[in-house]
Design a protein around this ligand. Sequence first.
Ligand code: 9MR
Length: 380
Amino acid sequence: MEKILFESYKDYFKVGAAVSGFLLMSKEEIDEHFKQMAIRMEEFKKNFKAPPGAPQFKFPEPPKFPEGPLPDYDLAKKQFNLIVAENDTKMDAVYLGEDNFNFKMADRYVKFAKENNQSLRWHTLVWHNQSPRWIFKDKDGNKVSKEVLEERLKKYIFTIGKRYSDDICSVDVVNECISDKNFVLRDGADRSMWYDIIGPEYVDKAFFWAKEAFPKSNLVINDYNLEMIEGKRQGMYNLVKGMLERGVPVDTVGLQMHINYENPSIEEIEKTIELYGSLGLNVIVTEMEVSAYLDKDFQKPDPRREYTKEFLDLQAERYYKLFECFKKEAKAGILKDVVLWGITDRLSWKNNFPSPGRTDAPLLFDNDGKPKPAFDRLVR
Ligand code: 9MR
């Protein structure tokens, strides 16, 4: 009998995957996407002026899309009972102008999830990254007022809610809002135009609007490194505790969990889940993968790690222990869903990040879609 990942965990939590937009695009659309990307890259190179004295910058080659059919599509259908768009429901993909919404890809995700009996998450409503540039500017190119930006955000949240709220199990209302510098709200100096123009209350406001617009969905505050960095974990705790005291309708903390085969320890992860659980909040794992590189390897640009049997078994054991920890936290009533940030290693965002030119192997299926030892360990 074929092994199915989500069925192994159906008594505990849903098992999800981020689905790349390429899986839902035609060959022509993919070709056009790469053509446009190459044009943008050339433009950027032409206009790029290195600051005086900076070392010479070598531009990376534009990425190439793998040839041949992608196994990810069938795996997405069969192995997971929850999906999320890896990029296509971010604000810059959907909110193209004041009265200009692009629902094309979001509609395809809704259709795909329905056809395959899957839940669908919305990632994300407010984020300092991948916000469209126009939203912060008036027609003369100056910064908009707080009132204008609030209206635009409100319109976005209600438009998305009206069209999709019945189809969405959980929404990342605010994404990555804790600063890595001081573990309080990321401000204008730390790249948040939302904070810069609206002030810290943009977070509460987004949640109040999301509650009205998505009355049936879980409302998530999502961030990275909460399980890894104690100060950041505590910063998020302070933020959500304050929100709850103010009556803000946040109900779930999203742990992204871009982690590696060694760090953080299972104990740290448990501690993190239980900390937010102690406030009566749910926790979901939103973007997990288990990198083949430790953070200290970041210094080495291209170690060309071999993915030996020993490594793949070690990775399998790591995935197994993580999922056992998730089962325990699900039984305790805190953990709800576990979402992996991708399906095959080939399409993982970790290829080229943080080291350009370096590949990674952080997921459950190899480049060709074959189950890795980690998959077998999880569904055993
Ligand atoms: O995986 C996504 C990658 O394809 C995009 O290029 C990138 C752009 O910001 O976003 C990646 O997904 C991120 C997610 O939206 C938020 N948390 C971190 C994820 C990995 O960077």
